[in-house]
Design a protein around this ligand. Structure first.
Ligand code: FES
Ligand code: FES
Length: 141
């Protein structure tokens, strides 16, 4: 299993430079902040989105992940994926898509779950700050 894991981590290892690491001012009204933890291991992910209110799309994404390589790769991939996306579409991203793209082994599935939880949490925070723009139902997650 270790050998399989090595090859499958190649996405992250090959270009070992996670994209969009950083933070934004969480008091900005157009910024939504998600902070989530993985009960399985205690790792934590902070994900922030800046939303263009004209069309409800994500114009900027930043993350900080205090966790394993798979969690960092998952959040890095997620930030690339959601930039330019509408909040509606971003809310529909499933961790299985992330896990598939990164070829995460089953034991690392919860790392991609952290990324799904983080984007939902960030969107929900944005809607809390900007209730009038809320068109997406995030329920049932
Ligand atoms: Fe060690 Fe996630 S369990 S970093
Ligand atoms: Fe827990 Fe990766 S987030 S091991």
């Amino acid at each position: 299993a270790a050998a399989v894991f090595q090859t499958r981590r190649s996405y992250h290892e090959k270009d070992n430079r996670p994209r969009n690491v950083g933070s934004m001012n969480k008091t900005d009204t157009d910024v939504g902040t998600g902070l989530v933890g993985a009960p399985a291991c205690g790792d934590v992910m902070k994900l922030q989105i800046r939303v263009d209110p004209k069309d409800n799309t994500i114009s900027e994404v930043k993350f900080k992940t205090f966790g394993c390589g798979s969690a960092i790769a998952s959040s890095s991939y997620l930030t690339e994926l959601v930039r330019g996306m509408s909040l509606e579409d971003a809310a529909r991203i499933r961790n299985t898509e992330i896990a598939k793209e990164l070829c995460l082994p089953p034991v690392k599935l919860h790392c991609s779950m952290l990324a799904e939880d983080a984007i939902k949490s960030a969107i929900s925070n944005y809607y809390t700050k900007n209730p009038k723009t809320a068109t997406t139902n995030l329920g049932g997650t």
